[in-house]
Design a protein around this ligand. Structure first.
Ligand code: ATP
Length: 367
């Protein structure tokens, strides 16, 4: 019987609640005790009533709710060694011997650090007399299971993150709504979508809404005079009879010198060079809101159930895993590797080596 703590961290994403529900209910079904840790790592550091045992009925209705009902936060203290050590003490005091973290890239990096430092923290707490020898012996290792809850779909080692599909749905609904008014007035629209340094949402939104032009961080325009190519493309489609122009720009879009490409700048170009009545819509947090789409309910549930199974299968030698989905199959891979690979992709983008970044992502899919 394991005592399993569960927290959601970083930006909220639709599908986190179904995932929490699945962990709680699967844990109970498998005769374990699940514990909510409220407000992400902040709850871990604060302890006290921020950590409490969860019952089956506590997660009733979670399946259809957006956001995260157990709260999330960005926690400064957890970035420091002392903060993480306090978190370890709180886990041991509650008898928690496995931790499930649902969050983005940063949250899982934090989880990986906690995993790596765990024996050192336990030894230090024992040395300081804050835990007994029996506790130190019982909690020599902590199993941490990561799941990627993020609308950005920016973690290597999984095809889809929990929340990305719902955010894409929301973007498509919003762009559909914009297009009906744009068509009536023959306007051009520049729509900025989220995704940080990842263009997955923007690319998929552009394909799904039939956008005329797209800017994503992974594929900056090849030439400095990209404004001219964009105007020529948009003009050609207007000349062929189209009544609107739609440009989708990822929030992290950059030119080949790594300068940001911003929606307002694109609007000014379309207005000044083509004379189009051009409006900007920055979709913002609406993308993270609302009920989870079917796929995120499904993905959260399947992964949450697998997280509990991975905990029960583990031996003290098993590396902490991240649960993902590759080619429609739920997968379990070492958390450390997933974090390293994601870091390598980020470094390649920073070094403008886009071919390598795309190759690394592709290699993670092939695994
Ligand atoms: P999103 O992709 O939605 O922004 P995220 O998980 O990447 O989610 P972050 O703000 O990067 O969001 O991280 C969430 C929390 O995880 C941080 O507030 C911090 O407590 C912890 N964290 C992030 N990076 C580290 C790190 N390198 N070491 C320790 N803790 C970290």
């Amino acid at each position: 019987r394991k005592n399993i703590g569960i927290l959601t961290s970083g930006g909220d994403a639709q599908g986190m609640n179904p995932c929490v529900r699945a962990v709680v209910r699967m844990a109970i079904a498998r005769r374990c005790r699940p514990f909510f840790i409220y407000e992400g790592y902040q709850g871990l550091v604060d302890g006290g009533d921020k950590i409490r045992e969860a019952q089956w009925s506590d997660v009733s209705g979670f399946l259809t709710l957006g956001g995260t009902m157990i709260g999330t936060a960005r926690c400064k203290a957890f970035r420091e060694l002392e903060g993480r050590r306090t978190g370890v003490l709180n886990l041991i005091r509650h008898g928690i011997d496995a931790l499930v973290v649902i969050g983005g890239d940063g949250s899982l990096t934090g989880a990986d650090r906690l995993r790596a430092e765990w024996p050192e923290h336990v030894a230090a707490l024992e040395g300081e007399g804050k835990i007994t020898k029996e506790q130190a012996d019982r909690f020599r290792t902590l199993m941490i299971v990561g799941m990627v809850g993020s609308i950005d779909n920016d973690l290597a080692s999984t095809d889809m993150t929990i929340g990305a599909c719902s955010a894409l749905e929301r973007i498509c609904e919003s762009v559909d709504a914009i297009l009906s008014t744009a068509t009536s007035h023959q306007r051009a629209f520049v729509v900025e979508v989220m995704g940080r340094h990842c263009g997955w949402l923007a690319l998929n939104a552009a394909i799904s809404t039939g956008a005329d032009y797209l800017f994503i961080p992974e594929a900056p325009p090849k030439h400095d005079d990209w404004e001219a190519s964009m105007c020529a493309t948009l003009k050609a489609s207007r000349d062929a009879g189209k009544r609107t122009s739609l440009v989708i720009v990822a929030e992290g879009a950059i030119d080949r010198h790594l300068n940001p490409i911003k929606a307002d700048y694109i609007r000014d170009i379309l207005a000044s060079r083509l004379g189009y009545d051009t409006r900007v819509t920055i979709l913002g947090h609406v993308q993270r809101g609302g009920a989870p789409a079917h796929f995120d309910r499904f993905l959260g549930t399947m992964q949450g159930a697998e997280a509990v199974e991975a905990i029960l299968r583990a031996t003290p030698q098993t590396p902490s895993p991240v649960i993902g989905m590759l080619e429609n199959k739920i997968t379990t891979q070492p958390l450390k590797e997933a974090i390293e690979l994601t870091g390598q992709v980020a470094q390649a983008i920073e070094a403008k080596d886009f071919e390598r970044a795309i190759g690394l992502r592709a290699a993670s899919f092939a695994k």
